[in-house]
Each structure stands twice: as C-alpha cells, then as structure tokens.
Design a binder for this molecule. Structure first.
Ligand SMILES: [Zn+2]
Length: 310
C-alpha cells in the first residue's frame, strides 16, 4: 500500500521547533515538538528540525508533496536563506536548500507570521475574507497582510511588520533601534520584564507563570497583560484604519493567554478605532495549529506570490 499524499510542515521557533504531517485539507495529522538548541552551532538546530519532521512522519507516514517552513525573520526570500533574530546560531543559513537535500522534497520557506496569515486566510478566521491581518505575538511580534485578496509582500518581501508600528513614542527602546514599537512593549519577554520591574516575583519568570499569576488575581500580572493587550489593540486599530481590514487573527505564544489578552486588545482597539467602517473589523484568536497549517499552506495555497519550480 502506498502512503496517502500530504504535506510536511515545520515551525522553527526560538525556544521550540515543531515538525508536522498535514493532510491535503490542511488538517494536522501528526506533530512532534523538540526544544530548539541554542549555542551549539547551526548544524544542531538543523538536526533538531530534521528530527522533529522525521518523528512526525514516523507517526503518520505520508507521501510528501512538499515541506512548508515558517521561520523567524529576517530572511532572503524566496531563496530561504535565514538569519532569524530569535535563533543566533543561524546566520545566512541555507535552510531551504539543506532541507530539500536531506528530505528530497520541494521546500518553501517564509516568515512565520506570513505563514500564519496565509493559513488563517485560507482555512482559519480569515477564510472567505479579502482583507486580513495575521499576527504572531510571541518572543517577537510579527504580522502579515492580505489586502484585496492578495498577500502584500512590499519592496523586499517584508511588508506586515506590525511589531514595529510605534504605539508609544516615549516607550521602551526596540531591538530595531527605534523606541516604543509594539514589539518593544508587547513581546513576551518585555511583558514579563515589565511585570518584574513592577515587583512581580516568580521562581520561573516566563509568560506561562505570568499568565498563571494573572488568573490567580495578581494585580501586577493582570496589569502586564492589560498593557500588552492595549498596545496590540492600539496598533491593530491603526493598521485596520489604514487598510480597511475585515479581520485580525492573533496567534503565537501569548495568544494562549487569550482569556487575559483579548479583552485588553478589544479595549485598546475600541479606544482608537473611531471610524465607522472599522466597526465591521473582527479581532479574534488564530487557531492553535495556525503556524503549522500556515507553513503547509505555502503549498496548499495557489497564490501568485511565490515563485513556482522550487
Ligand atoms: Zn522596532
């Protein structure tokens, strides 16, 4: 019996890497998660990717049509040479060519936030809509934009960097060199850092424990999510006004604390989205598997914005 056709998907993050098998309808059939190695060189990270993919494929064998990869930016596109800010061991790492050589399948690599946007546009909360912003709120804050039914790529393939929309000109310094960018306020480590600076204490100062504290009613932890969500809502209102959006879908690590984050996002959005046409813009959480579905969607989607033949 031959294996049924499907896709492989890889979501390479700064702390974890997930390999998956995705069916032809965009459903995740199997997945395997491994920690992303840090400080051991580029090959260790690459082998972790291969291990995660092979572990998923051993669970659900599939005749792979292609492998879609979501990875942090910046990257050269569409060559798929990556230099993700959240993975210092990879600089100009030829991820697409290395994976294609090893796994002997066609490989497409794109920014993880772009992948999420495509997946949500195709199969998630943005399905059937023509004007959608997809966001990843995690170690960093990224985004992708579908406008009038087409993915916006911009001059260099980098359109959608909502993380560097300024929400507070007097706010904290940003890794881009600016000040008060959304990412500088709302990225996971910044939210935790702000809480610690206000006096929040934890043996495990990370996003999950901050969320647990907030759910227990800790006022500083609650304020930290409030501040993060308000900043996201503020930036989203600006982008929604600029692009006349129909939906915004939010994924990434912090979106797992959606019960804490979304009310504050709505509040920030409402405060700044005064124009009448913005009342139809929905803000919602992305699907849990959005990153993987989105990576596979690099093959699922028949958009004109990636070159064929690789
Ligand atoms: Zn910035």
């Amino acid at each position: 019996m031959t294996d049924s056709p499907g896709y492989l998907a890889l979501d390479v993050g700064g702390t974890k890497t997930i390999g998956a098998v995705v069916g032809t309808g965009g459903e995740v059939l199997a997945s395997a998660r491994v920690p992303t190695p840090t400080g051991h060189g580029s090959e260790e990270v690459f082998e972790a990717c291969v291990f995660a993919l092979e572990a998923a494929r051993s669970e659900t064998p599939v005749s792979a049509i292609g492998l879609g990869v979501g990875c942090g930016g910046p990257m050269k596109w569409p060559s798929g040479d990556v230099s993700p800010l959240n993975i210092p061991d990879w600089r100009d790492f030829p991820l697409r060519d290395r994976l294609a050589d090893r796994l002997e399948v066609p490989v497409r690599v794109h920014n993880d936030a772009i992948c999420l946007t495509i997946g949500e546009h195709l199969l998630g909360g943005g399905r059937g809509l023509n004007n959608v912003l997809g966001m990843v709120v995690s170690t960093g804050v990224g985004g992708g934009i579908v406008a009038d039914g087409q993915l916006l790529t911009g001059a260099s393939g980098n359109a959608g960097h909502i993380g560097h929309v300024v929400v507070d000109p007097t706010g904290p310094k940003c890794s881009c060199g600016g000040r008060g960018c959304l990412e500088a306020v709302a990225r996971g480590p910044a939210v935790v850092g702000w809480a610690l600076a206000q006096g929040w204490q934890s043996v495990d100062p990370a996003g999950e424990s901050l969320a647990a504290s907030a759910r227990e009613g800790d006022p500083i932890a609650r304020a930290a999510f409030q501040r993060c969500g308000n900043a996201v809502g503020t930036a989203v209102a600006s982008v929604a006004a600029l692009l006349d959006l129909e939906a915004v879908t939010i994924g990434g690590g912090l979106s797992r604390a959606g019960d804490l984050l979304l009310p504050a996002v709505y509040e920030g959005f409402e405060r700044h989205a005064g124009l009448e046409f913005l009342s139809q813009c929905r803000v919602l959480l992305a699907g849990e598997d959005a990153g993987l579905v989105g990576a596979a969607a690099l093959f699922l989607a028949q958009h004109r914005y990636w070159s064929e033949g690789y």
